[in-house]
Design a protein around this ligand. Structure first.
Ligand code: MTE
Ligand code: HPA
Ligand code: MOS
Length: 768
C-alpha cells in the first residue's frame, strides 16, 4: 500500500511542529545557555556566578546547589554529573545560565568566573590502551577451536582504524519544561526514549515518576543520537523550570550540538584471521577497542552488538572476539544507526577482500563461499534461520545488476585508463533484530475508539522521520477496517503508555505496531458480536472493511457499529502489549538467542576513482533487501535509500577530527562533509526480496531502519577494487573513512608497490 508518509506534507511545507516550535506557547519562557569548560580534562577549582547575575536579562544560574534530587543524568551508570567538578571533555558544561533572551543567556555565560586546574587528557584509543583507561570490558564471545589459526593456509594479521560519525540530525537537541497545572513537571523533548527522559528528570528533581510527563511530538532526525543523549537537555530545562517556576527552553545550536553530544564510536580493530586455500574462513581472533568518550552511555550494548556482528553473513568455525570500551576525554559516544554492528562488519569485509586478493579468488566468490547455510549456528549459539535468503538475494542481485558482465567490462576498460579506474563490489548484510538487552523488547499501546468511529492511537514509539507513525497507522487501519485518515496518531506521551523502550534497534514497528495490533484486535473482537446483532448475521460472517462493517446481506458504517457498542456498554478502548518471544542471552557464557530474526540484504556498487586527486564518483548502486512483507513500500524504500547514503557518508567523506586540545575540529557543515545530492549513486536501483513474509512479526514485515546502512560497505569495497586496479591487483590496505585523501595515498602506495614488485604491466590491446 502506498499511503504517503503521515507528515510528508508538513515536512515539505514546514508546517510540521517540532519541540522547539512550541516556544511561542509559553509566555515568560527562559532560554538556557551553558558555561563551557575550555579544557578536555581539568578540575574546577572555583566558580563565581556574581557577575553573571548582574547581566541584564539573566534570571538565574544553575549549579549543583540547585539540584533537589541527584545531579547525575547517566542512563546506564551514574557517571554523568550535570555540574561536574572534574571536567571530562572540551566544552563540557559546568553551569547553565537562564535568561529572558538567548543573547542575554550567552552574555551571562561568558561572564561566569570559573577557574580550572588543567590535567593531562587522553584523546586517542591508543593513548587509552597505553593508560589502561577503560569504561567497560573486556566483553567476550568465543566458540570453536582457535588452534586452527596456527595451521591455516592463509593468515592475515593486521589492524583497522574505523572513524566515527556525527549524527547531524537536522533538528538539534531540544527540550522545553514547565510546571504543570498540578505542580508536577511537564517536558517536551526531542527524545527517542520518553520514558527514560522522564526517569532522568525525576531523578534530578527527586520526584516520583508520576509527577513528570514527557511528550515527544516528533523528531527532525535522531539516528540513535537521541536514544539517551536527549535526557540531559530535558533535565536542564526541568531543573530550570523547577527553580524559576517559569518555562525553560534548551535548544542546542548546531555548533553546541556537535561540540557536546556523542557520536558513532571510532574503533580500532586488531585481528588475526585464518583462511583455507579455497578462501573458507577457518578462525578469527578479533580485539575491538571503541572510543567511548568520557562516560559509559550505551557503549556496552554497542560493543555487544559489535561482538554479535563480527561474522556478518559468514560462518566462521572458530571465533574469539573481545571488546573493550576506552575512556577518553571526548564527547560520550553513543548509539548511531547500526549500533556497533557496522564497525565489526567492516572488519570481516576488510579481511575477506584482502584474502581474495592474496588467494586470487574473486571477492564475490570468496564472500559467497563463506555464507551461512540453513542450520548453521553463530558464534553465540543462535541458529541462523532462513540463511538461504542470503544466497537467494546474492544470486538474484548479481543477475539483476548484471554483475558478471560489468565485472568483465570494468576490468577491460581499466586497462585503457591509466589515471581513472573503476571498481565494482558486492557485499552482504545480515543484521540481528531485537535490542541486545532482552528486557527492552516490549511495546505498549492505548487505542481509543470514539462513538463516531474516529480513532486515537497512542503507543510508546517515537517518530524521527523513519515512518513509524505511518506504518502503525496502516496497521490499525487494516485491523479496524477503516481508512487511515479516520485514525489520529497521537504524540508520544509517558502518561498514555508507561515504561516504554527507546524507539531504537530498528524494532519500532515490530514492538509498537504489534502492541497496537493487539489493542485493535481486542476492540474488534468486542465489536464483532455487536455487529453480528446489528447486521443479524453470524459473527463469523462479519467483515470490517473500508469504514463499513458488512455481514450477510447487510452493511453498517463503522461509526454506527461503534455507537451501537457504546449503547450496549461495550468499552471502545483497549491497551495493547507485546513482548518479543523466545529471545535470551547470557553475557557470562556469551551464548543465547539474542535476536528474534535476521534481516538480509546485499548491494552492488560501482565507483570511479581519479588517481590524480583521489576523488571518487559513485556511479551505480543496486540493492536487494529483505523487508519481509512490507507494510509501507514507500517508507521502506526511503529507509533503504537514506540508510545506504548515510552509510556511504560514514565510509567515504565524513571525517571526525579532534584537535590537540581535544576540541571537536570538524565542528560544523563547513568542516565536516555530509553526503548530499552529489553523493547519491548516479543510478540507484532498490528492490525488495519477494515472497519474504516473516513469521511471528506484525503482518509478516521485517525491520528496515538500520540494516541498509551497512550496505554502504559495497562502496568502500568498490573503491578498494578501483585502487587495486592502479597496480597489479594486489591487496589494498585502507583505513576508514576512505576520504579522497586516503584514496589518493592508497593509489600512490599501490603504484609504488607495482613498480617495486618489478612486475611487467600486462600487455593490453586497446580496442576502442
Ligand atoms: N530514519 C530517519 N528518517 N530518521 C532517523 O532518525 N533513525 C534510524 C532509523 N531510520 C532514523 C531513521 C535508527 S538509528 C533507528 S534504530 C530506526 O530508524 C528507529 O526506528 P524504527 O525502529 O521505527 O525503524
Ligand atoms: N540497539 C539499539 N539501541 C539499544 C540496543 C540495541 O541493541 N540495546 C540498548 N539500546
Ligand atoms: Mo538506532 S542506533 O537503534 O536509535
Amino acid at each position: 500500500m502506498s499511503v504517503p508518509h503521515e507528515s510528508a506534507h508538513g515536512h515539505v511545507t514546514g508546517e510540521a511542529i517540532y519541540t522547539d516550535d512550541a516556544i511561542a506557547r509559553h509566555p515568560g519562557l527562559l532560554h538556557a545557555w551553558p558555561v563551557l569548560a575550555p579544557h578536555a580534562h581539568a578540575m574546577v577549582t572555583s566558580l563565581d556566578a556574581t557577575p553573571v547575575l548582574a547581566e541584564p536579562g539573566v534570571v538565574a544560574v544553575l549549579t549543583g546547589a540547585d539540584v533537589p534530587g541527584e545531579g547525575d543524568t547517566g542512563a546506564n551508570r551514574r557517571d554523568e554529573p550535570m555540574f561536574p567538578t572534574e571536567v571530562m571533555f572540551f566544552n563540557q558544561p559546568v553551569a547553565w545560565v537562564l535568561a529572558t533572551t538567548l543573547d542575554a543567556a550567552r552574555q551571562g555565560a561568558a561572564r561566569m568566573n570559573v577557574t580550572y586546574s588543567a590535567l593531562p587528557a587522553i584523546l586517542t584509543i591508543e593513548q587509552a590502551i597505553a593508560a589502561n583507561s577503560y569504561l567497560a570490558g573486556p566483553l567476550r564471545i568465543a566458540s570453536g577451536d582457535m588452534s586452527v589459526l596456527a595451521s591455516s593456509a592463509l593468515r592475515i594479521d593486521d589492524e583497522l582504524d574505523i572513524g566515527g560519525q556525527e549524527h547531524f540530525y537536522l533538528e538539534t537537541q531540544s527540550a522545553i519544561a514547565w510546571i504543570d497545572e498540578s505542580g508536577g513537571v511537564a517536558v517536551q523533548s526531542s527524545t527517542q526514549h520518553p520514558a527514560e527522559t522522564q526517569e532522568v528528570v525525576a531523578r534530578v528533581l527527586g520526584l516520583p515518576k508520576h509527577q513528570i510527563t514527557v511528550e515527544c511530538l516528533r523528531m527532525g532526525g535522531a539516528f540513535g543520537g537521541k536514544e539517551v543523549q536527549a535526557n540531559v537537555w530535558a533535565a536542564v530545562a526541568a531543573l530550570g523550570a523547577w527553580k524559576t517556576r517559569r518555562p525553560v527552553r534548551v535548544r542546542l545550536t548546531r555548533a553546541l550540538d556537535v561540540a557536546l553530544t556523542g557520536k558513532r564510536h571510532p574503533y580500532l580493530a586488531r585481528y588475526s584471521a585464518g583462511l583455507a586455500s579455497d578462501g573458507r574462513l577457518e578462525a578469527l581472533r578479533l580485539e575491538l577497542f571503541s572510543d567511548g568518550g568520557w562516560s559509559l552511555d550505551l557503549s556496552e550494548p554497542v560493543m555487544w552488538r559489535s561482538l554479535f556482528h563480527c561474522d556478518n553473513a559468514y560462518r566462521i568455525p572458530a571465533i574469539e572476539v573481545t571488546g573493550r570500551v576506552c575512556r577518553t576525554h571526548k564527547t560520550s559516544q553513543t548509539a548511531f544507526r547500526g549500533f556497533g554492528g557496522p564497525q565489526a562488519m567492516l572488519v570481516i569485509e576488510d579481511i575477506l577482500s584482502r584474502a581474495a586478493r592474496r588467494l586470487s579468488i574473486p571477492a564475490a566468490v570468496i564472500r559467497e563461499r563463506n555464507f551461512y547455510r540453513d542450520g548453521d549456528v553463530t558464534h553465540y549459539g543462535q541458529q541462523v534461520d532462513e540463511a538461504r535468503r542470503m544466497s537467494v538475494i546474492w544470486t538474484e542481485l548479481k543477475k539483476t545488476s548484471g554483475f558478471d558482465v560489468r565485472r568483465a567490462e570494468i576490468d577491460r576498460v581499466n586497462q585503457t585508463t591509466p589515471h581513472r579506474k573503476r571498481g565494482l563490489a558486492i557485499t552482504p548484510v545480515k543484521f540481528g533484530i531485537s535490542f541486545t538487552a532482552t528486557f527492552f523488547n516490549q511495546g505498549g499501546a492505548l487505542v481509543l475508539v470514539y462513538r463516531d468511529g474516529s480513532v486515537q492511537v497512542n503507543h510508546g514509539g517515537t517518530e524521527m522521520g523513519q515512518g513509524l507513525v505511518t506504518k502503525v497507522r496502516q496497521i490499525a487501519a487494516r485491523l479496524l477496517g477503516v481508512s487511515p485518515d479516520r485514525i489520529r496518531m497521537m504524540a508520544t506521551r509517558t502518561d498514555k503508555v508507561p515504561n516504554t523502550s527507546a524507539t531504537a534497534a530498528s524494532a519500532g514497528t515490530d514492538l509498537n505496531g504489534a502492541a497496537v495490533a493487539d489493542a485493535c484486535a481486542q476492540i474488534r473482537s468486542r465489536l464483532l458480536p455487536v455487529a453480528a446483532s446489528v447486521l443479524e448475521c453470524d459473527p463469523t460472517a462479519v467483515r470490517f472493511d473500508h469504514d463499513m462493517v458488512v455481514g450477510g446481506e447487510r452493511a453498517r458504517t463503522f461509526a454506527a457499529v461503534c455507537e451501537a457498542a457504546y449503547r450496549q456498554r461495550i468499552p471502545l478502548f483497549a491497551q495493547g502489549y507485546y513482548r518479543t518471544p523466545n529471545i535470551h542471552f547470557d553475557q557470562a557464557t556469551g551464548r543465547g538467542r539474542p535476536f528474534h530474526y535476521f534481516v538480509f540484504g546485499a548491494a552492488v556498487s560501482e565507483v570511479e576513482v581519479d588517481g590524480f586527486t583521489g576523488a571518487c564518483r559513485l556511479l551505480r548502486t543496486d540493492i536487494l533487501e529483505d523487508v519481509g512483507d512490507s507494510i509501507s513500500e514507500i517508507v521502506d524504500r526511503g529507509q533503504i535509500e537514506g540508510g545506504f547514503v548515510q552509510g556511504v557518508g560514514w565510509l567515504t567523506i565524513e571525517e571526525l577530527l579532534w584537535d590537540a586540545q581535544g576540541r571537536v575540529a570538524s565542528a560544523g557543515a563547513s568542516t565536516y562533509k555530509l553526503p548530499s545530492w552529489s553523493e547519491m549513486p548516479e543510478v540507484f536501483n532498490v528492490s525488495f526480496l519477494e515472497r519474504a513474509s516473516q513469521p511471528d512479526v506484525v503482518f509478516g514485515s521485517k525491520a528496515v531502519g538500520e540494516p541498509p546502512l551497512m550496505l554502504a560497505i559495497s562502496v568502500r569495497e568498490a573503491i578498494r577494487d578501483a585502487i587495486a586496479a592502479f597496480g597489479h591487483g594486489e591487496e589494498v590496505r585502507l583505513h576508514s573513512p576512505a576520504t579522497p585523501e586516503r584514496i589518493f595515498f592508497a593509489v600512490q602506495r599501490v603504484r609504488a608497490e607495482a613498480v617495486r614488485g618489478l612486475k611487467e604491466p600486462e600487455v593490453t590491446e586497446v580496442t576502442d
